[in-house]
Design a protein around this ligand. Sequence first.
Ligand code: UD1
Ligand code: CA
Length: 452
Amino acid sequence: MAEQPLAAIILAAGQGTRMKSELHKVLHPVAGLPMLHHLLDSLAAAGAARQVVVVGARREQVEASVASRGVDIAHQAEQLGTAHAALQAKAALAGFYGIAIVCFGDTPFLRPETLARLKDRLLAEDAPRVAVLGFVPDDAKAYGRIIADDAGAISKMVEFKDATEDERAVRLCNSGVTAVRTSDLWPLLERVGNDNAAGEYYLPDIIMLALADGDKAVVVETDPDELIGINSRAELAEAESIWQQRRRAQAMADGASLIAPDTVWFAHDTVLGRDVVIEPNVVFGPGVTIADDVVIHAFSHIEGATIASGCSVGPFARLRPGADMREGAKVGNFVEMKKAVLGPGAKANHLTYLGDATVGANANIGAGTITCNYDGYFKYQTVIGENAFIGSNSALIAPVKIGRDAIVAAGSAVSRDVADGELRLVRGEQLVKPGWADRFHDAMRKKKREGK
Ligand code: UD1
Ligand code: CA
């Protein structure tokens, strides 16, 4: 089988009305990544060297979203149907000779293996002119139907609107995902008419034209889960749920323990090591990498963070972008980190904010320590040395440096650097009045009794 270059044409010019959104439908995120990007990733993994997204309204949003991906944008000014939409990619693919896979931007979960299977089927010995991805859903709704024999040779493609009762009873449905050589695609698309119930140019009609030419067209069947289309917020939530279920299963298969899997939410790019334990109700935003032997305790929210092996996080911890925990570091309840490094073995066990900070190895950050990193205009750094001990309820007013082995006494507001090995105590003088409170209580109780 000769290697053939692969291009993808992603149709996304529909209005997406049911989303009721200012955001283009294909840019709504699943697991923190726009659904379109899930699809582009799968297509790239399947070897699609070229990708063209066909857009109508809100073109600039899609353009901005794919700007760094080397994806071409084609414009369909009027939504005249899926065949018309696919034809708009012709100019962008001028000079490209190979196989095109046409798919829909709102169907993000196609697996690379399935796309490869579809492409390989097109290149098989019996030389079909078109190969289309079919599925048998529980509820065939208004999907287009595929009439095919047991070997997958198609005799008819029919849209629900145009189908007879008998055809509607067929359960094999058209996903829309279609593979065809570019040398065939453009001439076939140009021949498609719009004499049908919807008055639209139907992409599946290229199969009818191929059959009319005496050529073969075939269906490749796949799991309906891959072909969930997203048209509404409810379907978006459903897609998220399916994605999360798969990711949880994968995490466990890869050696993480999830105590209550249904309550853990991953992002598209979460990386987990082995023997990671994740307690219930943990949410991962994008950009998290976790090494081996880490425990994430319940109710933690983690985003843009790097967590080295042996660390412990939470319960109720919040790690924001730039949080960087080194080996064996520990962050406890109600601790927030942002753009901060917590050195190897360092601990911030309770009620602390570490922002724009670097904490050295084995330092101990007492309960209620706050790095005061912002003056309303600019952000400033706090640097804490190895083995330093920050007493509870200290305010470290940045920019400030605390030396190695230094001790900051509890309750201090530190605004000047502390040298290595120094003790810094910043507190008001203590006033000591023995018996004062007893005398006060006696006097006040007497006053109350006398009704004054
Ligand atoms: C289409 C198929 C149907 C299949 C179903 C699977 C056709 C005629 N029908 O129907 O056989 O079962 O998908 O979900 O192809 N689009 C454009 N420009 C247009 C029209 C559509 O870009 O002028 C895009 C839409 O944004 C969408 C995709 O093409 O991403 C599918 O369009 P849609 O109108 O949803 O097609 P269906 O009627 O669902
Ligand atoms: Ca649809």
